[in-house]
Design a protein around this ligand. Structure first.
Ligand SMILES: Nc1ncnc2c1ncn2[C@@H]1O[C@H](COP(=O)(O)OP(=O)(O)OP(=O)(O)O)[C@@H](O)[C@H]1O
Ligand SMILES: [Mg+2]
Length: 250
């Protein structure tokens, strides 16, 4: 059964059909790509799944639970984490503190339960933060203010912070934007590792070498509608997709 299923999901902003009748099913353990030209509705889809604003129509079911029926504060506890197209960190907290705050989110506390927390104690939290710092190559920066990090480091911290909530599903909105080839290669390795550790990934991305190289399956949006879905090879060969990206009869 799908981990996440969108059925006929729409979100309109005035006359703009940002997302328009979208069906999407993501299986557990998949790295699922969501691509499409600028303004095609990718970020809106991520925002709808994370509950930033309500649906105009349709339903979103995650682990058998209808997300639309959950109030926003409970949605945080469902096991969905995300990063943003524009980085959002606590700039005046250190790298370590950014991760600590995420680890101690209500969602995390609810998941661990009282006895697990009591037995695990603070050392368990510290150990996990150390592992996340190692994973993101930020161990040497743990006492820096997030605002003082270089751009690439901020992106890595945002990813680590999302992982600190131990999500079942993580959604990454253009994580490779502004990165050089070497950084994209490292990001690829990290995404594969995240999946190995049991987290399903929804990847929104314009950098095709990353999407095509790392995903199992891809859906393509254009004007809020899905115009294609398939394996990376199928998508690369799809005529409608080429047209959407290049215009005309490409
Ligand atoms: N909060 C909002 N209010 C009004 N219109 C919005 C809002 N969010 C998105 N839109 C509009 O919805 C459409 C889809 O935008 P969205 O940000 O989802 O696209 P995208 O596929 O993420 O694009 P990009 O690749 O440029 O990030 C656009 O026309 C956008 O202007
Ligand atoms: Mg976007």
């Amino acid at each position: 059964m799908a981990l996440l299923e969108l059925k006929n999901v729409s979100r309109h902003f005035g006359g703009v059909r940002a997302v328009d009748g979208l069906d999407l099913a993501i299986e557990p353990g998949q790295i699922f790509g969501l691509i499409g030209p600028n303004g095609s509705g990718k970020s809106t889809t991520v925002n709808l799944i994370s509950g930033l604003f309500p649906l105009t129509a349709g339903s979103i079911v995650f682990q058998n639970e209808d997300l639309a029926k959950l109030p926003t504060h409970l949605r945080l506890q469902t096991g969905i984490a995300r990063t943003f197209q524009n980085i959002r960190l606590f700039g005046q907290l250190t790298v370590w503190q950014n991760l600590w705050v995420a680890q101690n989110s209500p969602a995390d506390r609810a998941k661990r339960g009282f006895f697990a927390r009591w037995l695990g104690g603070q050392s368990g939290v510290r150990e996990e933060i150390s592992q996340l710092l190692e994973f993101s190559g930020l161990a040497h920066k743990q006492d820096e203010l997030a605002a003082n990090l270089a751009f690439g480091e901020q992106r890595r911290l945002e990813l680590a912070r999302a992982l600190a909530t131990r999500p079942t599903l993580i959604m990454l909105d253009e994580p490779a934007a502004g990165m050089n080839t070497e950084e994209i290669g490292q990001l690829r390795e990290r995404i594969l590792k995240i999946r190995t550790q049991g987290t399903t990934v929804l990847l929104v991305e314009h950098v095709m070498e990353l999407v095509m190289g790392v995903t199992d399956r891809i859906a393509v949006l254009n004007f809020g509608q899905k115009i294609a879905e398939g394996t990376p090879a199928e998508i690369q060969a799809d005529v409608a997709v080429r047209k959407a990206y290049l215009g005309g009869d490409a």
